[in-house]
Design a protein around this ligand. Structure first.
Ligand SMILES: [Fe+2]
Length: 146
């Protein structure tokens, strides 16, 4: 797949909640920085690792907001969802460490992992808590941690 094709926000990503969508867009924006770096044939692993850290930092912030939101609506699959977040953070942290080792992973493999995870997670998992909330007509607001 063409890298530029991988960077596009698509309306199907929408979970019908503008604040969450906005955070997802910001995540994709940082992800796009990874692509830009590689597309410019820049094999600077240090720079890549630093963007990847930024992605992790923002993801942690976003996951915290999302987890609070799921808890507030008594989302039945909260634990499973939180576990997916944990696994993702763990994997990205591993990549970050490996990037600066003697036997680093290929940058494209990391990009593919992040993109596949985001696609799967946003399209299949995040959508579920919003559907649950709407079906049950639960009035809980998504709030952002300062
Ligand atoms: Fe999530």
């Amino acid at each position: 797949m063409d890298l530029s094709e991988k960077s596009i926000w698509h309306s199907s990503y929408s979970v019908e909640n503008s604040t969450i969508d906005d955070e997802h867009m910001q995540i994709l924006q940082v992800y796009k920085e990874l692509i830009n770096l590689v597309e410019n044939n820049n094999n600077d692993r240090q720079a890549f690792a630093s963007i990847l850290s930024k992605l992790t930092d923002f993801s942690l912030y976003h996951f915290k907001n999302e987890e609070k939101y799921m808890l507030n609506m008594d989302y039945p699959k909260f634990k499973e969802h939180k576990e997916l977040h944990r696994e993702y953070i763990y994997q990205v942290a591993m990549y970050n460490t490996e990037l600066l080792s003697v036997n680093p992973p290929k940058l494209i493999d990391i990009i593919n992992f992040v993109k596949d995870w985001l696609d799967n997670h946003i399209l299949k998992e995040d959508i579920k808590y919003e559907q649950f909330k709407n079906e049950r007509k639960i009035s809980v607001k998504y709030t952002q941690t300062i």
